[in-house]
Ligand binder design. Structure first.
Ligand code: ADP
Ligand code: MG
Ligand code: ZN
Length: 712
């Protein structure tokens, strides 16, 4: 299973409960999975789907999401499709035929399909091994997102009484849970519940005073990162989005009053990283699964703890540290009380009022916010202090920042007060950056004198010094750091300075601190642009190509060989083949220009690291078929892999020293001669020039096999 996890998804380890759930599902039994957003629910049916015969049917309510999910699976070389109303009749037909020919492993369908007689007829003709009901709370009227079409799912249980069902949701309330079980007749199902703690999210409440300035400051600090800002009314969202655009941010609004078309394009631009900020009413978020939202801001008071948890939950699905900031004023709650008083139904009015009070209580807490949230959802056994909420972090004292401040100010003076924050930090930390070397700044006395503070710490300290007016931020387009008269006095008089203890952003057991802050930001930017370019060419969201975690690892470890690159999280076989070369080229160039070296990637797998001479079961499978003399196309079909992946398997097998007779795969004599001549003429082993020379007549797979045969 670990091998499949790496080859198909690029991951080294399971997240909590994934392995247990998968084993249960493979045993053919029903299950109900309750896991928070970002917990990794999809994998619980996607991995079994690869191991079971036939097809896994996934019911999912959000049409927009289906396409992204299917694109992600395809990018990993997994044959997946979806059927919903956005497809033409012909397209649906084609997919159905493909499914009947067992050419699809995972099929997504919208719930409203299920009542169509044609669709039911189709279902009876295919082999379904597992049905997954994603967002299964949609079946319950008690949930926040009831979809009447989900009631059709009962029918599915009648059509496939023998097929195991896996229901998944991030909604944990008891009532909804019971409803799912009874509606889907899951009485025999095992219930898997994971903690609803989101360790990578930091919770902060700020007083709503000068909130606009604070908001801008916050967004500046998170430049180029995706943010969602929740506002009270539609009008508020439009005004704020316009203001932010005037400040130079890329921001759009989103609310239920927008036309369908405008909503779709705004959402699309956000998902494709064309716009960083969405200013929304709570209507936003249901339809998106963007994994790299780094900041969720509540610019007005949420209406309930449930809603707040849901909305903040959209941050950091990829597990990387992300911030949830709420601007609170009691006046906001009074504004809401006014609306609540208009509610006629007494029970509802009281209920709504109580929810608001609970929200106010949360904002005014003097104890751990995470603990409060989790006990609200019934998890009483959590620690009373965390390392990721403002209350827990603010109780820490100040520290003597005199020495470090002197160093920072000296660096600004020595470099002539002409450089920005990043450059000063690089000088202080002794980075071997090309520009520093060119300017001879590595010969300065301040070069490399700081080794006890991370980049992020230094940023933090410098911004404190700016707010205390020891340093001034000058320049217009590219801000530079200059010294103020006060800063000079500070240095001359040898004054003492104390600053609040550093809050190491959010401490989470995983991913490591290094991945939170220590990666090379400049390289990360370059990789981000490359990702965007590829994503646009392929017309998929950037996260389908690689997630932020993968890019950060690349920018931290600088992998330059295929083997090293393959160890990055999220790099499976298909992505290695598709993108390994382009990404390592960018990394190589950058490393060369900046005198940087590849670093070791810690191996966290429990299994032994992959060695070429010891190829895993997926290779052994291919080897078996090779011994049976199957054609590449046949193997691809039988294994539900792409022909490219099969060709890659064969290459790896041969290179690892396996003795396999490939003679039967040799192209016809004349063609083989031509290919051989082309390789000789061009020299080297690159495929595309050879293919070009042959006028594009030969497929890459044929060329790869021929290349092996020429060598041997
Ligand atoms: P959910 O549906 O529970 O909100 P997803 O299935 O969308 O969560 O997964 C959330 C994120 O976690 C995705 O970016 C996914 O690629 C990643 N992920 C899932 N399983 C693993 C794993 N075993 N190791 C690392 N990342 C994982
Ligand atoms: Mg999900
Ligand atoms: Zn806390």
């Amino acid at each position: 299973m670990l091998n499949l996890l790496k080859t198909h998804f690029g991951f080294d380890r399971f997240l909590p409960l994934q392995e247990e759930i998968i084993r249960w599902v493979l045993a053919g039994k029903d299950a109900l999975v309750l896991m928070p957003t970002g917990g990794g629910k999809s994998l619980c049916y996607q991995l079994p789907a690869l191991m079971m015969p036939g097809l896994t049917l996934v019911i999912s309510p959000l049409i927009a999401l289906m396409k992204d999910q299917v694109d992600s699976l395809k990018a990993n070389g997994i044959p997946a499709e979806f059927i919903n109303s956005t497809l033409s009749y012909a397209a649906i037909n084609k997919i159905q035929r493909q499914a009947q020919a067992e050419g699809i492993k995972i099929l997504y369908a919208a719930p409203e399909r299920l009542i169509l007689p044609e669709f039911q007829h189709f279902l009876k003709k295919i082999k379904v091994s597992l049905m997954a009901i994603d967002e299964s709370h949609c079946i319950s009227e008690w949930g926040h997102d009831f979809r009447p079409d989900y009631r059709n799912l009962k029918m599915l249980r009648d059509i496939f009484p023998e097929v195991p069902a896996l229901a998944l949701t991030a909604t944990a309330t008891q009532k909804v849970r019971e409803d799912i079980i009874s509606q889907l007749s899951l009485d025999q199902a095992k219930i898997f519940i994971s903690s609803f703690n989101r360790p990578n999210l930091a919770y902060t409440v700020l007083p709503k005073k000068d909130s606009y300035d604070q908001l801008i400051e916050l967004l500046r600090r998170h430049q180029n990162e995706a943010a969602i800002i929740y506002c009270f009314s539609r009008k508020d969202t439009e005004h704020l989005a316009a203001d932010l655009r005037n400040e130079g941010f890329k921001a759009l609004s989103y609310h239920a009053g927008l036309e369908g078309e405008a909503r779709r394009t705004n959402q699309e631009k956000f998902i494709r990283d064309e716009v960083q900020i969405i200013v929304a009413t709570i209507a936003f978020g249901m339809g998106i699964d963007k994994p790299d939202v780094r900041l969720v801001i509540h610019y007005s008071l949420p209406k309930s703890i449930e809603g707040y948890y849901q909305e903040t939950g959209r941050a950091g699905r990829d597990g990387l540290p992300s911030q949830c900031v709420l601007f609170y004023s009691y006046a906001d709650s009074i504004k809401q009380q006014y609306f609540i008083r208009q509610i006629e139904d007494e029970t509802e009015r009281k209920n709504t009022y109580r929810k608001l009070e609970q929200m106010v209580e949360y904002c005014e807490l003097a104890t751990c916010r995470r603990h409060h949230l989790l006990s609200y959802f019934g998890e009483d056994d959590q620690p009373e202090k965390c390392q990721g909420c403002d209350v827990c972090l603010s109780t820490e004292e100040e520290f003597d920042a005199t020495k470090i401040s002197q160093k920072i100010i000296s660096a600004i003076i020595r470099t002539g007060g002409r450089f920005g924050l990043g450059y000063i930090i690089d000088v202080l930390r002794g980075a071997k950056n090309k520009k520093i070397l060119e300017r001879d700044h590595h010969k300065l006395s301040v070069y490399g004198i700081v080794n006890d503070f991370s980049k992020e710490d230094l940023r933090h300290i410098i911004s404190q010094l700016i707010s205390r007016k020891l340093i001034i931020k000058g320049g217009d387009e590219y801000p530079i750091l200059e010294l103020s008269p006060r800063g000079r006095d500070f240095l001359k008089q040898r004054e003492k300075i104390c600053l609040p203890k550093l809050k190491s952003s959010v401490q989470s057991p995983q991913p490591s601190e290094a991945l939170a802050t220590e990666y090379d930001m400049e390289l990360f930017e370059k990789l981000r642009l490359l990702r965007k370019k590829i994503a646009d060419e392929k017309r998929v969201p950037p996260f389908v190509v690689f997630g932020d975690l993968a890019l950060r690892q690349m920018a931290l470890y600088l992998p330059q060989s295929e083997e090293k690159f393959s160890r990055i999280s999220g790099v499976g076989e298909e992505k290695l083949k598709q993108y390994g070369q382009v990404f390592t080229e960018v990394i190589q160039t950058y490393a060369r220009e900046n005198n940087l070296r590849e670093k070791d990637i810690p191996v966290k797998r429990s299994a032994t690291p992959r060695r070429l001479s010891h190829l895993g079961p997926t290779y052994q499978e291919t080897k078996k078929l090779l011994l049976k003399k199957k054609s590449i196309e046949e193997m691809a079909r039988m294994r539900s892999l792409s022909v490219g992946t099969i060709a890659a398997h064969i290459e790896k097998l041969v290179r690892s020293g396996e003795k396999i007779d490939l003679g039967y795969l040799r192209p016809p004599v004349e063609k083989f001669k031509e290919i051989k001549a082309a390789f000789q003429k061009i020299g080297g082993t690159a495929l595309s020039p050879v293919r070009e020379m042959l006028g594009g007549q030969v497929s890459y797979e044929e060329l790869r096999i021929a290349r092996l045969l020429i060598k041997s």
